[in-house]
Design a protein around this ligand. Structure first.
Ligand code: PMP
Ligand code: GLN
Length: 380
């Protein structure tokens, strides 16, 4: 039979985590914390289990969690999403992204993807029969930025969807309100939809604001906003996320969602809903991760790695061209095997070949882990 995804193999995250394990390397590759979540969150889920929250929740998600999200989004961003018709709980952001794309992209539709892009976007577009149209971010002295003039030039009558991701994996860049206004100028008077991946919404540093798509009324009216509790609450293995969108878009989303997972883990949803009543954990997240970012950056300052800016996410990209002329995949493999620190080659986030020497480190690690990694990296 012919493969539906002939070019797809194992993801780079799995590959590098396996190599890190085999080589006993410090794993700064795949993005996940090496510390545990708040015990209060575990207690909240365990209480839900003990209280009989163990059968199917509604297809759209446990109501207390949809309510908690609606209240939180309104408080943070000033936009009301109706918990009954405009919020759905998903099996992480990955399933949310796939189901959004499956629900709105028809065969032959074009989807604009800004590279580097998270590795699930393009296979999802291809499964829907869509055509990814790539625009590359530019790297200047201030870091990576989205070239809106090129996004505008990439629009055709077949453009169905534009995907954005802020804070951005892997570059750590954060869209400004001027960026969001540029996007609004591009889609005004078209029927193009927006898919906004905001899984790192609470990891924004240096006093910057997370410019959620829902803060812009004109864009919110045509946008799916996706996020994941895995990042915010240090539980990437729980695989619970959500989508918020206007009712008409959400109705289409739910048609796909109900036949891809129907619904997701009941006790985790109730546990998260009750834990969310306290805003402190997400309000404290920027300071928590900014300190780790600075610890990691300070440790690399005297090395031969050139630090690129990181204003959000838990990722730090570095340019290694002063160290090696190997390509990014070779360099990441060498760093893992010979130096004992795993990283992700940024080439994994591009479909289009390019000349660059950049790898990504994840700093969502205990200080002792970061210090061990820095000790090894300082010898490179
Ligand atoms: N989007 C981006 C940009 C990500 O970095 C991730 C992280 N894994 C995801 C989506 C997927 O999130 P989840 O683990 O909740 O499926
Ligand atoms: N989002 C995580 C990262 O970028 C990995 C997710 C995964 O393993 N699929 O590292």
């Amino acid at each position: 039979f012919s493969s539906k995804l002939p070019k797809i193999g194992t993801t780079i995250f799995t590959t590098m985590s396996l190599l890190a394990e085999e080589k006993k390397a410090v794993n700064l590759g795949q993005g996940f914390p090496d510390f545990d979540c708040d015990p209060a969150l575990i207690n909240a889920v365990s209480d839900a289990m003990k209280n009989g929250m163990n059968q199917y929740p509604p297809m759209s998600g446990a109501l207390p969690l949809r309510l908690a999200l609606s209240n939180k989004i309104e408080k943070l961003h000033g936009r009301h999403y109706n918990p009954a018709s405009e919020i759905t709980i998903t099996a992480g952001a990955t399933q949310a992204l796939l189901a959004v794309i499956m629900s709105v992209v028809h065969a032959g539709d074009e989807v604009i993807v800004i590279e580097p892009a998270f590795d699930s976007y393009v296979p999802a577009i291809e499964l829907a029969g869509g055509k990814p149209v790539f625009v590359q971010m530019t790297l200047g002295a201030d870091g990576y930025s989205a070239p809106w003039d090129q996004v505008a030039a990439a629009v055709t009558p077949r453009t169905r969807l534009i995907m954005i991701n802020t804070p951005h994996n892997p570059t750590g860049s954060v869209l400004s309100s001027a960026d969001i206004n540029s996007l609004a100028d591009i889609v005004r008077n078209t029927d193009i939809l927006i898919l906004s991946d905001e899984v790192y919404e609470h990891m924004v540093y240096d006093g910057l604001t997370h410019e959620s798509i829902c803060r812009h009324p004109e864009l919110a009216a045509r946008a799916f906003m996706v996020s994941s509790f895995g990042k915010t609450y240090h539980v990437t293995g729980w695989k619970i996320g959500f989508v918020a969108a206007p009712a008409a878009l959400m109705a289409e989303f739910r048609k796909v969602h109900q036949f891809s997972v129907f619904s997701v883990n009941t006790p985790a949803q109730h546990g998260i809903a009750s834990y969310m009543q306290n805003p402190a954990p997400y309000l404290e997240l920027p300071a928590f991760y900014q300190r780790k970012r600075d610890l990691f950056r300070d440790g690399l300052k005297s090395s031969r790695f050139k630090l690129l800016p990181s204003s959000g996410t838990y990722f730090q990209c570095v340019d290694y061209s002063a160290i090696s002329s190997s390509n990014e995949a070779e360099f990441a493999t060498w760093l893992t095997s010979e130096i004992g620190v795993a990283a992700i080659p940024v080439s994994a986030f591009y479909a289009t070949p390019r000349e660059s020497s950049i790898v990504r480190f994840c700093f969502a690690k205990q200080d002792t882990t970061l210090q061990q990694a820095l000790q090894r990296l300082s010898k490179v």
